[in-house]
Structures are given as structure tokens and as C-alpha cells.
Design a protein around this ligand. Structure first.
Ligand code: HPA
Length: 269
């Protein structure tokens, strides 16, 4: 049995007969969305084979299944970042597990630095596309059963879901920028010279997650939607220095607005 099948087998009886339609991966400081889920069942990672206790502050370590905007959802509170020493395979274990549970739609959120100089702290960015510069891919090696060998990435972020997000944000009066997310391995933040290079590459925001998860999801044909919370101006674009404490504080302030957009999209799905 594969790791994701084993994880799905442990999770399935805990869902009390419910079938989640959407999975939501919660980034740093965005855990507040999980508290909007009603009739919630919480499944701690220690009860799921292959799921590790998160080591990063702001990441919890549980799955939360319940109702959000009239649909059954499964929220992932706590990521496995590759900078913690996890392989890309482990980083995407939750995504493959969600797919094994029958989930076809993945919503990813993250905290990111603003490379685009008009994206100040607190900007919500709808992810139009990504640049995977983490140096890793979850598809390396023998094909995992159910994956495509050469998945197309032309529309990695689903156009229809993006259109819904635009509409929901506009109707709710929530300002939402759009752009390209650049994924790095981390954990050091970027140097100012790297940020200038990424700006020329076409990046609007930079972070340490998401791209490998979306690659794994696309290899299994899942629809993806992504949001970055810009928690800080990327290094060197302002005089400010970067800290994880600031990242979490700003992400926490903006989390409610991101959650409102996600709820609106789920209601329309
Ligand atoms: N760089 C990389 N990752 C991040 C940043 C950043 O500036 N802010 C939040 N996550």
C-alpha cells in the first residue's frame, strides 16, 4: 500500500460517513479559517501514518473536516515544508491523501513576500501561476500510481475558480491583487539581489511552499486555486528587515478576508 493510501485509510473512518469535496491547505497564520468550519471533526496528525508533527510556529498539525458554505470540506492545518528536511514526496503526502479520499479540488494558501513593489504587507494575491524554483519536484522517480508522468501545467491554477474568486472578492468589497508566486526551498529569506532577479523573472510574490503541492495535484488531475497573503515587502524592496513574527502577525490580520473569499468560492462551486 502506498503512503497516501495508508493515510487515507486511517482518515476515512474518522470522517463519520462524510465525503469532503474540497481540501484547503492553510498557510502560516491562516489557521483561523478552520474555526469557521461547523460540525467539525479534528484528526490530529499523530493519528495519521506518515503525517509528522509540524515544527513551525503558526502551523498546527491536524485535519479538520466539516461544513463550510454548505459543502463538506477538509482543511489541512499544518504543512510539511521541504526546508524542515522533508522530501517533496512527504510535502505532497496530504495532497495525494486528499485525492485518495475522493477530493477533486484543492485550495492552497500561503504567506509570501511581496516582490511586486505595489504589493505591500496585507495584500491578498490570487495566484495566477507559479515559478517553481525550489529545486524539487514530487514527481521525480518512478511514477506514483495515479500520477501522470508528464502533467501539463498550462492552467495549473483553474481559470474558472479564479474567475469565481474575482467575483466573490469584488462583491464582498475585498481588494485582491493577482500575480505569479515564486517558490523557493528557504528557510532563509531572500537577499535583495535575489529579489531583484526574481522581479525580472516575472515573480510578484515569493514563498517557501505551494508549488510542489500544486504539481502533485495537477499530476492527479485535481483543480487548484491559490492565494498568497503578502505579509512583508520582499527583502531589499524597502528598508524593513524580515521576521517570522511579522509574517505571522500580518497573515493573522488578513486571514479573515482570505477566508471570506474562500467561503464565497466554495459556496458557488
Ligand atoms: N520570502 C519568502 N517566504 C516568505 C516571505 C518572504 O519574504 N514572507 C513570508 N513568507
Amino acid at each position: 500500500m502506498t503512503a497516501h493510501e495508508a493515510a487515507a485509510e486511517a482518515i476515512r473512518p474518522r470522517l463519520l460517513g462524510r465525503t469532503p469535496e474540497v481540501a484547503i491547505t492553510l498557510g502560516s497564520g491562516l489557521g483561523g479559517l478552520a474555526s469557521r468550519i461547523t460540525s467539525a471533526v479534528r484528526i490530529p496528525y499523530e493519528d495519521i501514518p506518515g503525517f509528522h508533527a509540524p515544527s513551525v510556529e503558526g502551523h498546527k498539525g491536524e485535519l479538520v473536516c466539516g461544513q463550510l458554505a454548505g459543502k463538506t470540506v477538509l482543511a489541512q492545518s499544518g504543512r510539511f515544508h521541504m526546508y524542515e528536511g522533508y522530501s517533496a514526496q512527504v510535502a505532497v503526502l496530504p495532497v495525494r491523501t486528499f485525492h485518495a479520499l475522493g477530493i477533486q479540488t484543492l485550495i492552497v494558501t500561503n504567506a509570501a513576500g511581496g516582490v511586486n513593489r505595489s504589493f505591500g504587507p496585507g495584500t491578498i494575491m490570487l495566484i495566477n501561476d507559479h515559478l517553481n524554483m525550489s529545486g524539487r519536484t514530487p514527481l521525480e522517480g518512478p511514477v506514483v500510481a495515479g500520477d501522470q508522468r508528464f502533467p501539463d501545467m498550462t492552467e495549473a491554477y483553474d481559470k474558472e475558480l479564479q474567475a469565481m474568486a474575482r467575483d466573490v472578492a469584488a462583491k464582498a468589497g475585498i481588494a485582491m491583487a493577482e500575480g505569479v508566486y515564486l517558490a523557493l526551498l528557504g528557510p532563509s529569506y531572500e537577499t535583495p539581489s535575489e529579489v531583484r532577479m526574481f522581479e525580472r523573472f516575472g515573480a510578484d510574490a515569493v514563498g517557501m511552499s505551494t508549488a510542489v503541492e500544486v504539481i502533485a495535484a495537477r499530476a492527479r488531475g485535481m483543480r487548484c486555486l491559490g492565494f498568497s497573503t503578502v505579509t512583508n515587502a520582499a527583502a531589499g524592496t524597502t528598508a524593513a528587515l524580515l521576521s517570522h513574527a511579522e509574517v505571522m502577525a500580518v497573515a493573522g490580520q488578513v486571514g479573515g478576508r482570505v477566508a471570506t473569499i474562500i467561503e464565497g468560492v466554495i459556496a458557488r462551486m
